[in-house]
Design a protein around this ligand. Structure first.
Ligand code: MV4
Length: 685
């Protein structure tokens, strides 16, 4: 009986395992490194034990230390998750030697699948279909070349010690063979210390279809259907789905039974995945077997409604698998999108930083977010930069895909670059929507997936104006707050917060979006009861109104009326970098701050215009008189309220264009102002 489980892992999988353990009333022990001292999985566990420094070799890979801690804490079983020690036969042995249940297969099964060529020999004997090819011990060039000539080109040279696509080389014709073999051997020796080669018929447009299998210690084995993981980039899975689209019941059954054959061939126990290449003609071939619970197991959980970690624990306790084959059902369709802190525009290199904003879509029984991080966490350089797995289910592939896109639209992350926009492009790509899936998908649709999207009409007509509104509203809010500080020293008649001339005048608001500057001409217009502007962007002019509002949960939102379209946006601002978002908008920008002494600061650009019709009440300084930043320089009455223009910075009023008592129209320029630096330049000129 497993009463206390140690999870020898971190991140989302550790959290996910703890979740099931909690549901089963199993006590949990987390392990952590320096970098993970405050991590979510540590907080979720009943107990936690420190392993060492952040690098995996000094913490999560320290099998003996983990065993020692497990024994000290009276742990019954260890769940290895995936990666780290999950396919380390020595660690599995160490558990067994210390009477600690390893929630996984026997060490012998891990070892059997450790070598690609050994695995193929075992599968061949078991009658599992293999790609036509040669995987013998004879490694003379003549032998390998004869095999290639026999099967016909193209062929694929594969490093027997390789995996995950490393050490593979396509050979398209006989004359290329010799050179390609030499190169492949060199590469394999350099990477794996072994240059043993397999030669296979190269399938040019296969799909990667894998079967989830479960075997117990009593000789039972079932398959929980298949997952299609063809959409990969450099052997990194991007979006996985279950079931495989357009999979016939017959091929599903054949593949499932072949997978069980493979598992039985190595006396498998626990959760395993048998990977196949599925060719266009429906033939399928064993690729490799993974002796761990896969990252993408949630899509199988969604369509079978089974908890695979619960199955693992049940089997680890020596009990039979919870269901027989004919009791397993396949319902609907599920997708998993891996949310990564990486930059698709920079070779998908990991993006590290602080998750200033981490707002996943709302979870439900059809939307699941498996994550190991929380808002404010650092995405560190030490580990895989996965932020979460977004898993959705639908009655059909079409419904599931719509939900995936909607969930991605509602996944808001700031502080690191993410692959969310890339995932949206994949999920909305026509070939993907039509389930035209092969392992060459990303390569084949590269331009569409990596093209910088052209601004849409919605973007130009709504999002950009809304960005301008956010910039103006947020600046006013900051100024009002600042003025409140200034106002404390001003006479009581000063009301409603001062307004700085340069927030009520025609101005050019410059936004930086994706390293491109957008100059937006802002004209202050007027209406009853609210701030309004007219913004001109290129050829288009829009009337915008609205501002910052408080939502019920106390967060500040932007209520925007753009022409005749009203919407409410959430936003994040960090050091002048803004993100504006709602269900279908996600826009990031920065505001170009006018620098002191910048030309645009001098009066001839940034006019000091009356925000609305009104009367000049008083001119508070003489033209040419030095004024300090924040010093009131003019008072006017508008809408039954007195407002004062305060000097935006040290400088002087060059001239007033109206006298006290005169009526002014909204938008009229009231004065010209020269900042001190420009003033000094003027004097020197
Ligand atoms: C293949 C193949 C085509 N023909 N073998 C990639 C890594 C390893 N899992 C085996 N892989 C492949 N083996 C033959 N005979 C194409 C691939 C392959 C691939 C397979 C599954 C998922 C993604 C892939 C990406 C590139 C190549």
């Amino acid at each position: 009986m497993i009463n206390k489980l140690l999870i020898a892992n971190r991140g989302e999988i550790a959290c996910r395992v703890i979740k099931t353990a909690n549901a089963l009333g199993v006590k949990t022990v987390a392990v952590y490194s320096d970098a993970d001292a405050n991590a979510r999985h540590v907080a979720m566990a009943d107990e936690a034990v420190y392993l060492g420094a952040s690098p995996s070799k000094e913490s999560y890979l320290r099998g003996e230390l983990i065993i020692e801690k497990a024994k000290q804490l009276g742990v019954d079983a260890i769940h290895p998750g995936y990666g780290f020690l999950s396919e380390n036969a020595d660690f599995a042995k160490l558990c067994a030697e210390n009477d600690i249940i390893f929630v996984g297969p026997p060490a012998s099964a891990i070892e059997a699948m450790g070598s690609k060529s050994a695995a193929k020999h075992i599968m061949e004997k078991a009658g599992v279909p293999l790609v036509p090819g040669y995987h013998g011990d004879e490694q003379d060039e003549a032998v390998l070349k004869a095999a290639a000539d026999d099967m016909g080109y193209p062929v694929l040279l594969k490093a027997a010690a390789g995996g995950g696509g490393k050490g593979m080389r396509q050979v398209w014709s006989e004359k290329e063979f010799s050179q390609a073999l030499s190169a492949a051997k060199r590469e394999s020796m350099a990477s794996f210390g072994d240059d043993h080669m397999l030669v296979e018929k190269y399938l040019t447009r296969p799909r990667h279809v894998e079967i989830q299998v479960f075997c117990d210690t009593l000789g039972n084995g079932v398959y929980l259907f298949e997952r299609d993981c063809s959409v990969q980039r450099r052997h990194q899975k991007i979006i996985e789905e279950a079931p495989a689209p357009n999979m016939s019941e017959s091929i599903r059954k054949q593949m499932g039974e072949a997978a069980i054959l493979a598992a039985k061939a190595i006396n498998y126990v626990g959760a395993g995945t048998v990977e196949f290449l599925l060719d266009e003609d429906g033939s399928f071939y064993f690729m490799e077997m993974n002796t761990r619970l896969q990252v993408e197991h949630p899509v199988t959980e969604m369509i079978t409604r089974e908890d695979l970690v619960q199955w693992q624990l049940t089997i680890a306790e020596g009990k039979p698998i919870p269901k027989q084959q004919d009791e397993l059902t396949l319902t609907g369709h599920a997708f998993e999108a891996r949310i990564y802190a990486e930059d698709p525009n920079n070779e998908f290199l990991p993006s590290t930083g602080t998750l200033h904003l981490l707002q996943p879509p709302t979870e439900s029984d059809v939307v699941r977010v498996d994550t190991g991080v929380e808002q404010g966490d650092e995405v560190s350089v030490f580990y895989d930069p996965m932020i979460a797995k977004l898993v959705v289910w639908g009655e059909s592939r079409e419904v599931a895909l719509k939900r995936l896109l909607h969930a991605l639209d509602n996944y808001h992350i700031e502080g690191v670059s993410t692959n969310i926009d890339f995932l949206k492009r994949v999920a909305s790509n026509e070939a993907f929507v039509n389930a035209e899936l092969t392992t060459t998908f990303v390569e084949k649709h590269h331009d569409a997936l990596f093209a910088a999207s052209q601004p849409s009409a919605q973007y130009l007509g709504v999002t950009l104006p809304a960005m301008a509104l956010l910039a103006l509203s947020h600046r006013n809010a900051l100024r009002t707050k600042a003025n409140d500080q200034v106002d404390k020293h001003l006479p009581v008649w000063h009301s409603a917060g001062a307004w700085r001339a340069n927030s009520y005048h025609n101005e050019t608001l410059s936004l930086i979006i994706d390293d491109e500057q957008f100059d937006i001409v802002v004209k202050h217009t007027q209406t009853v009861g609210g701030k309004t502007w007219q913004v001109t962007i290129g050829e288009q002019t829009h009337n915008i109104a609205g501002g910052l509002i408080q939502s019920d949960d106390g967060s500040t939102l932007l209520s925007a009326i753009i022409d005749d379209y009203k919407s409410v946006y959430q936003f994040a601002e960090q050091d002048g970098q803004y993100t504006l978002f709602n269900h279908d908008t996600h826009a990031r920008f920065a505001v170009v701050q006018p620098s002191l002494g910048d030309d645009s600061d001098t009066n001839h650009d940034a006019n000091f215009n009356a925000p609305m019709n009104g009367t000049i009440v008083a001119l508070l300084v003489e033209p040419g008189q030095k004024v300090e930043k924040g010093q009131p320089i003019l008072i006017m009455e508008a809408m039954k309220m007195e407002h004062s223009i305060v000097a935006p910075q040290d400088g002087m009023v060059e001239s007033f264009y109206f006298n006290a008592g005169e009526l002014v129209d909204g938008g009229a320029t009231l004065l010209s102002f020269v900042p001190e630096s420009a003033d000094a330049d003027k004097k020197d000129a």
